[in-house]
Design a protein around this ligand. Structure first.
Ligand SMILES: NC(=O)C1=CN([C@@H]2O[C@H](COP(=O)(O)OP(=O)(O)OC[C@H]3O[C@@H](n4cnc5c(N)ncnc54)[C@H](OP(=O)(O)O)[C@@H]3O)[C@@H](O)[C@H]2O)[C@H](O)CC1
Ligand SMILES: [K+]
Length: 233
């Protein structure tokens, strides 16, 4: 987080963020894949070191936010977490997800590279509806459904999570939540809700600089951490 004064936080819009990323990539400072790996590493570093048994339920959306999620899945599995990925739109990479649905991940993206890497290293994916089968226990939910690219209502994406979350809470589960970059259900530049119940994160890990939505979240008492992913000042 860049401070131009003790109390002033410089916010960047989603368009400015993309311009910064594109400029860094064009200057050869980093590739998109390297930026995504650094983003995933920063999120994994923010994960509490819970004692086992501990499940990380990683919700991976169809864009590069979901790509960050596949990096986090790989890193947490390597650290001994039980990891389950729930990934709408990735049927082309994970046939076990069944026939394609309304959400489609684009092929040939950095996210797709990480989705394939998760698959090739033995990882699997389940539909979001399979959250209903997750036993109540010690659960970390990583929200990598939508990030700075969300633009329209996403209640349908979040509904399976809220249904499972109600069951876990009734069963007394210990649930912690972490959002990658922006909680799903918020517009990055206005902070406006894009869902009746946006994802509620205990912690949001964003990259390079806060966006306007983060100022709203901090004002509402949500913890926001800014990770440096090597995009310079
Ligand atoms: N190298 C990089 O670009 C890095 C990016 N980081 C991470 O990337 C995201 C931004 O990724 P982006 O793909 O631009 O956007 P999102 O992942 O947030 O989502 C866009 C995709 O989701 C679809 N979408 C949008 N709204 C909805 C919705 N309500 N329901 C379903 N699907 C939705 C959208 O589809 P369209 O039809 O709108 O095209 C896109 O497919 C950023 O937040 C970071 O997490 C890395 O952190 C750094 C490197
Ligand atoms: K997110």
């Amino acid at each position: 987080m860049k401070r131009t004064g003790p109390e002033v936080v410089q916010l960047v819009t989603s368009a400015q963020m993309r311009a910064i990323e594109n400029a860094a990539m064009a200057a050869g400072q980093a590739t998109g894949l390297q930026l995504m790996e650094r983003a995933g590493e920063a999120v994994a570093e923010a994960v509490p070191d819970w004692p086992a048994p501990r499940l990380a339920a990683i919700l991976c959306g169809p864009g590069n936010n979901g790509g960050d999620g596949f990096v986090v899945a790989r890193l947490l599995a390597a650290r001994g977490w039980q990891v389950q990925v729930f990934a709408p739109g990735w049927e082309a990479v994970f046939p076990e997800l069944g026939p394609p649905g309304p959400v489609r991940a684009r092929q040939g993206t950095d996210a797709c590279t990480n989705a394939r890497r998760w698959r090739d290293e033995g990882g699997s994916c389940r539909p979001l509806a399979a959250l209903a089968e997750v036993e109540a226990g010690r659960i970390l939910v990583v929200d990598a459904l939508l990030g700075i690219g969300q633009t329209r209502p996403c209640d349908a994406l979040l509904e399976p999570y809220w249904r499972a979350r109600a069951r876990w809470d009734r069963a007394g589960a210990e649930v912690r939540t972490l959002s990658v970059d922006v909680p799903t259900g918020f517009d990055c530049d206005s902070g406006a809700a894009l869902a009746r119940r946006p994802f509620e994160a205990d912690l949001v890990v964003t990259f390079h600089s806060e966006k306007p939505v983060h100022a709203h979240l901090r004002a509402a008492g949500v913890a926001v951490r800014v990770a440096d992913i090597g995009l310079g000042s």
